[in-house]
Design a protein around this ligand. Structure first.
Ligand SMILES: NC(=O)c1ccc[n+]([C@@H]2O[C@H](COP(=O)([O-])OP(=O)(O)OC[C@H]3O[C@@H](n4cnc5c(N)ncnc54)[C@H](O)[C@@H]3O)[C@@H](O)[C@H]2O)c1
Length: 331
């Protein structure tokens, strides 16, 4: 089958070409992101493959329908960028990769926590310059600290297990699962109790209307002074301006982000010789207690391999008229 793969990077091409040796599709790798202006590049393809910041909104879906695209295969788990109702109305099926490596994202979450706490990023630079002073590098024992996880799905559970292993007291808020299906050693609590009692709060829920700006001025006000906040889920779960205010007062003492509300304009590109126009993002970068990675939590060899194989299997199942076990349907 002919597939147009949008937002392609060299690493996508590498892993998809390797996986495609078992599927024999014709894959056209397009560097551009999918939007209303670029949808026509899929002409002639029955399926397209997209990533987190490609726009699969109503207008784009209308275009895709017009040029005969029948399947949109997401090479990611989150699908907040897709208008599922419109896709169904256009007769376009949507599939995704629900779980490719929860370990990749959970381990990156822990990397953010440990780096912010022990300031290894700053220590690395100091030592490189022959500065062996410890002033400003004071951390805390993670052992015994209370960590609140918002969302206890695939990634939240792996994160919880690692943290329990490190001797943390782990509490979770997830209104859609039961204590029994949780993780040994993790207590289920309501959101306000989580805000009030956690030394570290980490987000592992999807972006939905319910979780949009779930971290805002009101929720921050309920948190402990000096809290560490980590977000590897989706950028818009945080109201960034409220978070900046709280960083300025010291209410939030550490912030670790792998995602950002307006990341579509920035992430995955080399902008090092450009002037970045996003003042809110630049303000975040100016804090020495904020650590930002550019949506790389998923990026391990194991995850990339699973993403490519599952995506091509999803497309194969569609082509063969088989049941689409990873299909997304409107609610
Ligand atoms: N940074 C990255 O590279 C990266 C990679 C993969 C996934 N993600 C993000 O991580 C999110 C979680 O991934 P996952 O594989 O664990 O998904 P999942 O579907 O297995 O788990 C999500 C959990 O969140 C819970 N949830 C839903 N609404 C909630 C709410 N209002 N409050 C609290 N919990 C709620 C669900 O019940 C579920 O248990 C994804 O939706 C995606 O946005 C980020």
């Amino acid at each position: 089958m002919k597939i147009t793969l949008f937002s392609s990077k060299p690493y996508d091409q590498q892993f998809f070409e390797e996986a495609n040796t078992s599927f024999n599709n014709e894959i056209v790798f397009q560097e551009v992101a999918l939007n209303e202006n670029t949808a026509a590049m899929a002409t002639g393809a029955k399926a397209i493959c997209v990533f987190v910041n490609d726009q699969v909104n109503a207008n784009v879906l209308q275009h895709l329908q017009g040029i005969g695209v029948q399947l949109v295969a997401l090479r990611c788990a989150g699908y907040n960028n897709v208008d599922l109702k419109k896709a169904a109305a256009c007769g376009i099926k949507i599939v995704r990769v629900p779980a490719y490596s929860p370990y990749a994202v959970a381990e990156h979450t822990i990397a953010l926590i440990l780096t912010l706490n022990r300031k290894t990023h700053r220590a690395y630079n100091r030592v490189k310059e022959g500065n062996f002073s410890l002033q400003g590098l004071l951390g805390f024992d993670l052992h015994g600290k209370t960590v609140g996880l918002i969302g206890l799905g695939e990634i939240g559970k792996v994160t919880a297990k690692i943290l329990v292993g490190m001797g943390c007291k782990v509490q979770a808020y997830d209104p859609y699962i039961t204590q029994e299906s949780g993780v040994a050693g993790v207590t289920f609590i309501d959101l306000d109790t989580l805000y009030e009692g956690s030394d570290i709060i980490s987000l592992h829920c999807p972006l939905t209307p319910e979780t949009h700006h779930i971290i805002n001025a009101e929720s921050i006000a309920k948190m402990k002074k000096g809290v560490m906040l980590i977000n590897t889920s989706r950028g818009a779960t945080l109201e960034t301006k409220a978070v900046i205010k709280a960083l300025k007062t010291g209410k939030i003492k550490y912030l670790g982000l792998d995602v950002y509300e307006e990341e579509a304009e920035l992430f995955f590109e080399d902008l090092s010789d450009k002037v970045i126009q996003d003042d809110v993002f630049m303000r975040l970068l100016s804090f020495n207690n904020v650590l930002i990675t550019g949506h790389q939590a998923f990026f391990t060899a194991e995850a990339m391999k699973n993403i490519a194989t599952t995506t091509l299997q999803n497309i194969h199942d569609f082509e063969q008229g088989q049941r689409l076990q990873n299909e997304l349907l409107p609610t």
